[in-house]
Design a protein around this ligand. Structure first.
Ligand code: KG4
Ligand code: ZN
Length: 341
C-alpha cells in the first residue's frame, strides 16, 4: 500500500557529483546534479577538492531543486542522504547538511546505501508507461567504485552474490583510458571512440575466476605491457590505433561482465535482469545486454541515462521506500566510507 503525499528530499555527495532531488509518492519532481569539473585537471577525483566543491554546491543544489519542484521546505516529509560508501570528506558534507536541515524542520532523516540506491533508481516514476522490474531480479551494478551482481528480492531486501575482488569495471575503463591518454573520467571517452573502432582487432585476457566474482586489475596490467611493447616499435601506436584499442578494451570489459551475469542467471534461475550504476551508460554494454536478452529470453531493464551516473533521485526513491518501511536514521550516526549491505 503506497502512502499519499509523501515528499522526500534526497541528497547525494559520495564522490564528485553534488545532487539534490525531490520525489513525491515515488514520482520525480526535480533532480539537480552539479558535476565537479575540477578533477579533470588531475586525471582522477581529488578527495579534498571534492569536499570543498560539495560545500560550495550543496546549498544552491537544494535550493534550485526545491524551486524546480515547485514546493516549499514545509512540504518535505523526510530527508534521505547517502551515508556511504564513498569518500569520507565528501559524505560528511551531505550528511551534515541533511542532519542540520532535518533538525531545523523537525522531520526524520533517512540513511541510504549508495549502491542499493543505484538499483532502486529503476523505481523512479518519471514515465507512466515504463514497466518496473518484478521481484526477484538480478542487478548488475557497475560503477566507478563497485562491480556487483545483486539478487534483489524486494525494495530493501537484496544480497550481493558476486563482486569484484580488485578494481571496479568503471575503474578499469578509467585506468585504461588514462593509459590511452584520454581525459578523466575515461569511460565515456572509450565509449565514444569505440563506436568507430574494430572490437576484434586486439585480444586481451579474461580473468579465470571460478565463482560469480570479477577481477579487472590483470586486464589493466596486460594492456599497460602491451602498449609499452607496441610503443617501442611505433612511438605513435596509441594515436594510430585509438579507436580499435577503445573498441577492443570495451569489448573485453563487456564480455567479462556479461559472461558472469549469464552464469548468475543460470545458477539462480532468475531471468529478470537489470543494469545499474555509471557504467550502465555505456552504449556497448546496453546493446550487448539487449542481444543477450533476446538470445536467453531475459526480461531486461536498463535505466535512463540521467539515472545511471550518480544522482540524488535514486537516493530520494530509496528514502521513499525506507519511509514506507519506517526505517529512519539518527542524528548521531556518522557516514560510513566502506558501508556494506
Ligand atoms: O555510478 P557512478 O556515476 O559513480 C560511482 O558511484 O562510482 O560511476 C562512475 C563511473 C566512472 O568510472 C565512469 O568512467 C563510468 O562510470 N562511466 C562510463 C560511461 N559513463 C560513465 N563507463 C563506460 N561508458 C560510459 N558511457
Ligand atoms: Zn555511484
Amino acid at each position: 500500500m503506497k502512502h499519499k503525499n509523501i515528499t522526500i528530499l534526497g541528497i547525494e555527495s559520495s564522490c564528485d557529483e553534488t545532487s539534490a532531488a525531490l520525489i513525491k509518492d515515488g514520482k520525480i519532481l526535480a533532480n539537480i546534479i552539479a558535476t565537479q569539473k575540477i578533477h579533470e585537471t588531475f586525471g582522477g577525483v581529488v578527495p579534498e577538492l571534492a569536499s570543498r566543491a560539495h560545500q560550495i554546491n550543496i546549498v544552491p543544489a537544494v535550493k534550485i531543486a526545491i524551486e524546480k519542484a515547485n514546493c516549499s521546505v514545509n512540504d518535505i516529509d523526510a530527508i534521505a542522504y547517502t551515508r556511504g560508501p564513498g569518500l569520507m570528506g565528501a559524505l560528511l558534507v551531505g550528511a551534515s547538511f541533511a542532519k542540520a536541515m532535518a533538525l531545523a524542520l523537525q522531520i526524520p532523516l533517512i540513511e541510504v546505501h549508495h549502491m542499493q540506491a543505484h538499483i532502486l533508481a529503476h523505481f523512479i516514476e518519471d514515465d507512466e508507461n515504463k514497466p518496473k522490474p518484478q521481484f526477484p531480479f538480478l542487478c548488475l551494478t557497475v560503477s566507478g567504485g563497485h562491480t556487483q551482481i545483486v539478487r534483489v528480492d524486494d525494495y530493501l531486501k537484496m544480497k550481493i552474490i558476486g563482486e569484484t575482488i580488485d578494481d571496479a569495471a568503471g575503474e578499469a575503463f578509467d585506468k585504461v583510458a588514462k593509459l590511452l591518454k584520454l581525459p578523466y573520467p575515461g569511460g565515456p571517452w572509450i565509449d565514444k571512440l569505440a563506436q568507430h573502432g574494430n572490437p576484434e582487432r586486439f585480444v586481451f585476457p579474461h580473468p579465470q575466476i571460478k565463482n560469480l566474482d570479477f577481477s579487472f586489475s590483470g586486464l589493466k596490467t596486460s594492456i599497460l605491457y602491451f602498449l609499452q611493447n607496441e610503443t617501442l616499435k611505433d612511438a605513435n601506436f596509441i594515436e594510430h590505433n585509438k579507436a580499435d584499442l577503445c573498441a577492443s578494451v570495451q569489448k573485453t570489459i563487456i564480455d567479462i561482465l556479461l559472461s558472469k551475469l549469464q552464469k548468475a542467471a543460470k545458477i539462480t534461475g532468475i531471468n529478470t535482469i537489470a543494469l545499474a550504476g555509471g557504467v550502465s551508460a555505456n552504449s556497448g554494454l546496453r546493446n550487448q545486454l539487449q542481444m543477450l536478452a533476446q538470445k536467453n529470453k531475459w526480461n531486461i531493464f536498463i535505466p535512463k541515462f540521467e539515472y545511471c551516473t550518480d544522482n540524488a533521485a535514486m537516493i530520494a526513491i530509496t528514502g521513499y521506500y525506507k519511509y514506507l518501511n519506517n526505517d529512519f536514521g539518527a542524528q548521531h550516526h556518522a557516514p560510513f566510507a566502506r558501508y556494506t549491505f
